[in-house]
Design a protein around this ligand. Sequence first.
Ligand SMILES: C[S@@+](CC[C@H](N)C(=O)[O-])C[C@H]1O[C@@H](n2cnc3c(N)ncnc32)[C@H](O)[C@@H]1O
Length: 539
Amino acid sequence: MTAQLPGTFMERMKELLGTEYEEFIDTYKQPPYGGIRANTLKITVDELRERSPFALEPIPWCPSGFYTGEGARPGKHPYYHAGLYYIQEPSAMAPVELLGVQPGDRVLDLCAAPGGKSTQIAAKLQGEGMLVTNDLHPERTKALAKNLELYGVRNGIVLNESPERIAAAFPGFFDRILIDAPCSGEGMFRKDEDMVRQWEPGTPAKYANMQQEILKAAAAALKPGGTVVYSTCTFALEEDEEMIAGFLSGHPEFSLVPVGGTGPFAAGLGPLPGAARLWPHKVKGEGHFMAVLRHGGSEGLDREGPAAIEEAVGAGAVEAEAVKAEAGLPKALKGQADLREATLSVSSRKVAKSAFPFKAAAGRTDHGRGKGGHGSGKTGAAGGRQAPGSGEEASFKVYADFIQELLGNVPAGHPIWFGDHLYISPLPREALNGLKTIRPGWYAGQINKSGRFVPGHPLATALRPTECSRSVSLYSASGEAVSYLKGETLSIPRERLSIKEGHVSKGYTLVCIDGFSAGWGKWQDGILKNEYPPGWRWT
Ligand SMILES: C[S@@+](CC[C@H](N)C(=O)[O-])C[C@H]1O[C@@H](n2cnc3c(N)ncnc32)[C@H](O)[C@@H]1O
């Protein structure tokens, strides 16, 4: 690295590390490590390993993560554009591994942009349960939303809120919360020299104040018995062990799950050996700190809360059980009869029309085909834009007919209309009322001026070719995949299409790269018209 490390920082590290200091400081002479993580929503770890165009070496703390080595350019391969892997700094893959996410969980990622850890959480959820992902900075939520779309996440909601407002809307709601805290970034100095330039001796204290507030909000949004993982990419004690020690002393209902000193994780410093550190002179990765915090809610309390709802939904005995289970619902839903809809996981199944109680919007929308090509604008406060209209049933029918032909079923979830744009959400609209919502769910598409349903790009990226009545696979090795990603029209003979029995060859076709969905095309008479959005194209 060329930037000069701040003297105060070096002095402090000498004090922290003692005899290890020389070894630590030598790491700044080496380049940072690069990594990718398999997106297991689309590809298995073994398959990625077999197909990878560059050498992969496993990362010890993340079963789906790999070092890519020098010379690899993972961002310049069609597989990146098909969302098969996320490019991520190796140490940054550790916090989500400690969060213990299971399919079906309700997970909140409070400081999420640009979405590295959110996409990792989504892969662990495997489409079941929900991910509410948030960032305070509006500009940064654009990349967050785009990453959820690129990686084929169906059950994600993107917010642009303060943690306090999220906690107020969702008290005691989430099973697991990740706080990948804004921090002074000392652990990233080798990778990001701008962080060195921005650092001042008072920077850690400035962030510590923010971190305290975020932890407080997370504690309020967590359900009894739930887990919070707090992580930073800094070495400063006041943002790491001291921050967590302070939190624990003010929140006796939480305890630290000891992970430091096990496997690849070094023990935490000073008062908190059970917290975990990744040191750049001990592992192949940048500096990271992690603490796993468990709420000690009693099993009994937990059973009366959200877990009881999940169970009731699973058993199909919904109506009677749901009434008991109000405790774990978002505030906006308390007192509502239809608790069932709050807990449906987003998996493919037939949905009765009566399961969609929300009105289609008759109002204006900012979801035109903008840069992202599929409604990339902000939706505004959920519930604020949509005017109840009489067109709900008609709009839904247009969508349902289209999607039934395309997929053979109607994906489960709550339809949320913004103008003519439809999202399928893991939560009902009311749960998001008053919150700045960037993406209320999986973007399905829009009704155009001619009254036809036009499928959105994120609908395609989250589908498997076997789900779709028409698909075509392009070869990454031949150059045709890159032509598609550049937006070119392709000649594709009918024999290359996979068409399900009873379906015609003409129409929207899922375009795949070596069998992995990448976007839409419209096939007719040997020509595949390109529907890959302009803002996503290969340049
Ligand atoms: C370390 S970065 C997150 C990286 C992200 N988790 C990932 O894996 O891609 C911290 C993020 O916190 C956001 N942030 C800063 N203050 C915040 C606050 N008070 N509440 C929520 N997010 C905040 C920043 O905009 C930044 O995107």
